[in-house]
Design a binder for this molecule. Structure first.
Ligand SMILES: Cc1cc2nc3c(=O)[nH]c(=O)nc-3n(C[C@H](O)[C@H](O)[C@H](O)COP(=O)(O)OP(=O)(O)OC[C@H]3O[C@@H](n4cnc5c(N)ncnc54)[C@H](O)[C@@H]3O)c2cc1C
Length: 408
């Protein structure tokens, strides 16, 4: 019976342990936390957004989308949902395709995994900080502070550097590097974006939908559409979090967020502005798409009296108002960092991992799963989907113990 150590009891590690044990391996799962699935508890604001109807390689930032597509084809969303149901997590999808447990409880998901691990006979070593992984006689020594474990294979599912208070601090990247793997630079991703808000304090707390473009030196680095909220220090919400990995990929110098607040209403708004009912004031028109607080702010910046009739606005005033609504500018200063981000970008390069088994192409017997790899998805369940999928494939791969395939 193959002995496997799964390092990290997050979603990727727990999935790997379940699949490896189910395939007949003797599995030990290790974590520095005193419970499994610690980070799952905070996902989806406690509701755990498991996956998305729109999962596809193109939705992720990955250096090799072909690699990711090959992995995603190994284990479909239907297989994931079926597996979750068998361990006691039936799911439902919202109208926009975001999947949640029927219970809408992240705790229920973590508990179901815990019970599944026990039922499959997975040995848990909790409150154990793994300090090293060393190849030994065709297998590995997994070193902790005062203990060592000898196994045939290791699944490294130790996460990235996001939210370090929940256990993942990136300390095992150095071990993966020493074992022979390239580590791509690690940055906060899905993070709130900090900006110069000195002139925008009055809209702190305003929440709205916008098309957001991250610009640098006249070049659009990325574009999203979604919800955001202005704060005293910058902007939060999915629309900016999805762009945040680009802030340090390119460095925040000369970077702006450009907000299109009209988006789907532009044609209608232009028609009303230039040829609408003479009784409609600028305030009424802008408040038809924005909250009174935001509308007042926009009109002030555009230099327009709120009670001015739209038909009486000069061409210059109309252009000024449209400029504020179509391209509201915020100067980016950075992101809120690892402490406040949901995932980290960078990590183990996928180029050195076989997407069909998640086996290392550098070290025989070593497998990877989850956020430890250089793959990130947007908000909406994509990151848990990747963790679960790569975990299932790694668990099966490690249990099968396929012969080592050296790089071509
Ligand atoms: C606030 C928040 C909300 C989120 N919401 C969602 C959501 O709704 N949907 C979604 O798809 N994604 C969400 N995410 C992202 C998602 O949680 C991650 O993508 C996912 O947890 C990654 O899984 P993982 O198993 O690879 O890593 P992790 O969950 O980070 O697990 C890695 C585990 O390894 C352990 N570990 C690390 N180093 C060591 C060591 N040296 N020794 C022993 N143990 C170690 C850690 O303690 C940890 O338990 C959210 C993240 C956060 C922070």
């Amino acid at each position: 019976m193959r002995k496997i150590a799964v390092v990290g009891a997050g979603p990727a590690g727990m999935m790997a342990a379940c699949y490896a044990a189910n395939a007949g391996a003797q599995v030990t799962i290790l974590d520095s936390n005193d419970q499994v699935g610690r980070k799952i508890l905070v996902t989806g604001a406690g509701r755990c957004n498991i996956t998305n109807a729109d999962v596809a390689a193109v939705r992720y930032a990955c250096e090799n989308p072909v690699w990711l597509n090959r992995l995603l084809l190994q284990y479909s969303r239907e297989e994931l949902l079926h597996f979750l149901e068998t361990i006691g997590v039936p799911t439902f999808a919202t109208a926009d395709g975001w999947y949640y447990p029927l219970s809408e409880s992240a705790r229920a998901v973590a508990d179901a995994f815990d019970a599944a691990l026990a039922a499959l006979g997975v040995h848990k070593l909790l409150s154990r900080l793994v300090t090293d992984i060393r190849p030994l006689d065709g297998g590995f020594t997994v070193a902790m502070h005062r203990e060592e474990l000898f196994v045939d294979s290791v699944v490294l599912a130790s996460g990235g550097k996001a939210y370090p208070t929940l256990g993942s601090d990136g300390s095992l990247f150095a071990v993966a590097h020493r074992l022979g793997h390239q580590i791509r630079p690690v940055y906060p991703a899905l993070a709130p974006v900090t900006a110069d808000m000195r002139a925008l304090q009055e809209i702190s707390g305003v929440r709205l939908d916008a098309e957001v473009t991250l610009m640098q030196g006249g070049v659009a680095l990325g574009k999203t559409f979604g919800n955001l909220i202005f704060t005293a220090w910058g902007v939060n919400g999915p629309a900016v979090m999805d762009l945040s990995y680009l802030v340090y990929t390119y460095s925040p110098k000369d970077m702006t967020l450009e907000l299109n607040l009209l988006h789907r209403h532009e044609a209608w708004f232009r028609a009303m502005l230039t040829g609408g009912n003479p009784g409609i004031t600028a305030r009424v028109l802008v408040q038809s798409i924005l909250s009174p607080k935001m509308a007042g702010f926009i009109l002030h910046r555009a230099g327009i009296q709120p009670d001015a009739q739209c038909t009486g606005l000069s061409k210059k005033e109309q252009a000024s108002l449209l400029r504020q609504l179509l391209a509201l500018q915020l100067t980016v200063t950075g992101t809120r960092g690892f402490e406040h981000c949901q995932v980290s970008s960078g990590g183990v390069s996928v180029e050195e991992v076989n997407p069909q088994t998640m086996a290392s192409l550098r070290v025989p017997g070593l497998y990877f799963a989850g956020e430890v790899l250089d793959v990130i998805g947007p908000c909406g369940g994509y990151n848990l989907h990747f963790a679960f999928t790569s975990g299932a494939v790694a668990g099966l791969g490690a249990a099968a113990g396929e012969p080592f395939v050296p790089p071509a």
